[in-house]
Design a protein around this ligand. Structure first.
Ligand SMILES: *[C@@H]1O[C@H](CO)[C@@H](O)[C@H](O)[C@H]1NC(C)=O
Ligand SMILES: *[C@@H]1O[C@H](CO)[C@@H](O)[C@H](O)[C@H]1NC(C)=O
Length: 398
């Protein structure tokens, strides 16, 4: 146990050092040539057809992706969860302005980066560029027809945005991102979470029996096919027998593998998976009977590259496990929200005192958080802490 603590301390120091080196690197990059990086070149700025919140409003969609309704099934006073008129107005201070005023994060964030991949991004140039990078940062080794047949189905304008900002004229989009950390056990944050305009959840997001702690509302569910199917197996005993489903709920595919593109295509078409690892799966068992393009969103490989290179460039990438590394699903969802919403609160994410809590909020007996080589949870912990300190987001801590 002592040796493990020591190893963790070393990792923490290493993470801090990485962050420091990264910061200095960015200072230097502004003046001189870039230091070579493991990841290839930075993604280019916004492509044609890209949607950025800096670009102003882009028309009201009739679909209207806004959900202000708080499910009353579990809550005795649902009206308390509704945002008041005042709350629905302008943000006291928007995330973008806080970021821009911050010496460190002002240099890291690029709000014009396209978050989602959709039909209009699928150009020969994009193909040529992304085929040089491996998943989740590109399409290296993946068949053109398989990628094209999935991405070209994402042809609704709703596939280009997560939040229809036209529905929030000069307003403030408030998002909660709910990780599955043990810190939420007994937290009683459910009402506060549900009071946000949008609630992001991911992987083994058990709700039944934990409504008081984690709320009931889900606007977005984020996953890779691998993490989704693993969650259904691993957390079945805690009641995670189904992926969250609801009429207005949208699914965010993380493009970590060919499987994600193949499943996405089947999900939109509402037909069984035709090929590969998940062949024969009926996507409706995961996502419900409604198969329409606008229900499904796909993160842009450039966005994956950008968030890893700028926010979560881990030392692990330089080890023999480098090829396994990617930011955790929770980290990807939280960074997605930070590039989408005007105000972000994170619940159930790793904090300094994570040893006090179980791995997940739904475990019956305390299980320590296990560190695997494919993620860098301590680097993520440092990032959340810094973003919280900088006032860019609120990290739930206790
Ligand atoms: C999207 O593509 C589908 C299938 O090719 C087609 O039926 C539909 O009309 C297209 N929608 C838009 C908005 O272009
Ligand atoms: C969750 O909280 C309850 C009540 O506070 C406690 O009895 C239980 O041990 C906790 N579960 C875990 C896994 O820590």
């Amino acid at each position: 146990m002592g040796a493990r603590r020591w190893a963790r301390l070393c990792l923490l120091l290493l993470a801090a050092l990485t962050l420091w080196v990264l910061l200095c690197g960015h200072h230097r990059a502004a003046q001189g040539p870039r230091t070579p990086s493991l990841l290839q070149q930075e993604p280019p700025p916004l492509e044609p057809g890209g949607v950025s919140r800096d670009a102003g409003s882009h028309g009201l969609s009739r679909e209207g992706s806004v959900r202000r309704r708080v499910p009353s099934k579990y809550s005795s006073e649902p009206s308390k969860g509704e945002p008041t008129k005042e709350q629905a107005g302008r943000c006291p201070q928007s995330l973008v302005s806080t970021v821009k005023a911050d010496p460190r994060f002002g240099k890291l964030f690029r709000f014009r980066i396209p978050v989602l991949m959709w039909e209009q991004h699928f150009t020969p140039d994009t193909w040529d560029r992304l085929k040089e990078r491996s998943v989740p940062y590109g399409w290296q080794g993946l068949a053109y027809t398989a990628i094209a047949s999935a991405v070209l189905l994402l042809n609704a304008t709703a596939n280009s945005w997560l939040v229809d900002r036209g529905a929030f004229p000069a307003g403030c989009v408030r998002c909660a991102v709910v990780g599955n950390g043990g810190i939420l056990n007994g937290s009683r944050q459910g009402k506060e979470i549900d009071a946000h305009d949008f609630v992001f959840r991911l992987n083994g997001a058990v709700i039944k029996g934990f409504e008081e702690d984690v709320g009931t509302k889900t606007s977005f569910y984020g996953f890779t096919v691998n993490t989704m199917k693993n969650s259904l197996i691993a957390y079945r005993e805690y009641g995670f027998t189904q992926i969250p489903q609801a009429k207005d709920l949208c699914y965010i595919f993380i493009p970590s593998d060919m499987r994600d593109y193949v499943m996405l295509k089947s999900a939109i078409l509402g037909s069984p998976v035709q090929e590969g690892y998940d062949k024969g799966d009926d996507p409706r068992t995961y996502f419900g009977p409604e198969a329409s393009a606008k229900k499904f969103k796909l993160l842009h490989p450039d966005f994956m590259h950008y968030l890893t290179a700028r926010f979560l460039r881990s030392e692990i990438m330089n080890t023999q496990y480098g090829y396994l590394y990617m930011p955790s699903t929770g980290a990807i969802m939280l960074l997605t929200a930070l590039h989408t919403c005007d105000q972000v609160s994170a619940y159930g994410f790793i904090t300094d005192n994570y040893r006090k809590f179980s791995d997940h909020y739904y475990e019956r007996e305390k299980k320590p958080l296990v560190f695997y080589a494919n993620h860098d949870m301590l680097l993520e912990a440092e990032l959340w802490k810094s973003l919280h300190r900088a006032g860019i987001m609120k990290l739930y801590q206790r």
